[in-house]
Design a protein around this ligand. Sequence first.
Ligand SMILES: NC(=O)c1ccc[n+]([C@@H]2O[C@H](COP(=O)([O-])OP(=O)(O)OC[C@H]3O[C@@H](n4cnc5c(N)ncnc54)[C@H](OP(=O)(O)O)[C@@H]3O)[C@@H](O)[C@H]2O)c1
Length: 311
Amino acid sequence: MRILLTGSNGQLGNALHAPLGQQGSVYAPLRNELDLSNPDQVRQCIREFKPDLIINPAAYTAVDLAETEEKLAHAVNAEAPAIMAEEARKLGAGLVHYSTDYVFDGEKLDQHGQVIPYLETDTTNPQNVYGKTKLAGEQAIQSSGCRHLILRTSWVYSLHGKNFLLTILRLARERDQLRIVNDQWGTPNSAAWLAETSCSLLAGLQQANTPADWWAEHAGLYHFSAAGKANWFEFATAIVTLADRQNKLNKAAPALTGISSSEYPTPARRPHNSLLGTQKLQDQFALDLPHWQDCLQECMQGLDQTAAQTA
Ligand SMILES: NC(=O)c1ccc[n+]([C@@H]2O[C@H](COP(=O)([O-])OP(=O)(O)OC[C@H]3O[C@@H](n4cnc5c(N)ncnc54)[C@H](OP(=O)(O)O)[C@@H]3O)[C@@H](O)[C@H]2O)c1
């Protein structure tokens, strides 16, 4: 199987590269070889490589900067996936595309005012430019008629790249006090777990009688997340506690204080509720999902001093 992987320098793309290599021959051009904001390059790359599968974890992910770089965010998050979908349909290839909890407005609550998970059938209503461009990418893929999986995930972290885990580790080493937002809820997801699980979802594709049979049964939009919920304060507390237990802070752990989103204004609005209900994914792929804290523990076992220092 010929696999085109985008964004292999990103958190998820980096984690996907090795396990995808077990499933086929992977071509993973970096941004200097394939600029996703250049439609002609995207089209040409696919036409030349002729993949059986396109895996697209690449995205314009600078959520705050997107507010002032809408054109670029739209090109990468909406126009490039639209071209991938169109070319995949012509080739009969499959497209695995990652999307985000930010397609929702975050206002979903139960009758007691508690956050409850969003389902794939819930109405989208993105509140920032990043979310709007990611939703436009999803819609282009869905309307293209190509074989696709759209996997919406949330709060991605790893030991590679820029993310909340590495930022908290750096701050915990520098400061004695950290103030972290405690009124935005979601589920942290390890890029390594997302990558391994993505590959296990696709394992059936190799075993199916024909790719067409597999796609007919499995194609669609899925919420893709580990189990459990947290707010950012709880996520930070778990990170600091584990790092302290592993003696990775080189000092006393900082004191953490929960604050409201209004005390930490950002250019882009963030949803209050980012929880993704994953029953559809579990049923379709017979998956048992681990708790996010177990994934965090596993990820942090791989932590070395260098990764934290260079964050
Ligand atoms: N991070 C999160 O918390 C989060 C939450 C929900 C959903 N998601 C979704 O999950 C997926 C993976 O996210 P991630 O955290 O792994 O993202 P990431 O670490 O920011 O990586 C994004 C990748 O996209 C590449 N990219 C951006 N613009 C490009 C362009 N013009 N041409 C070519 N490549 C370009 C980047 O290349 P460079 O390395 O050259 O910059 C990078 O390799 C994305 O679809 C994202 O929307 C992420």
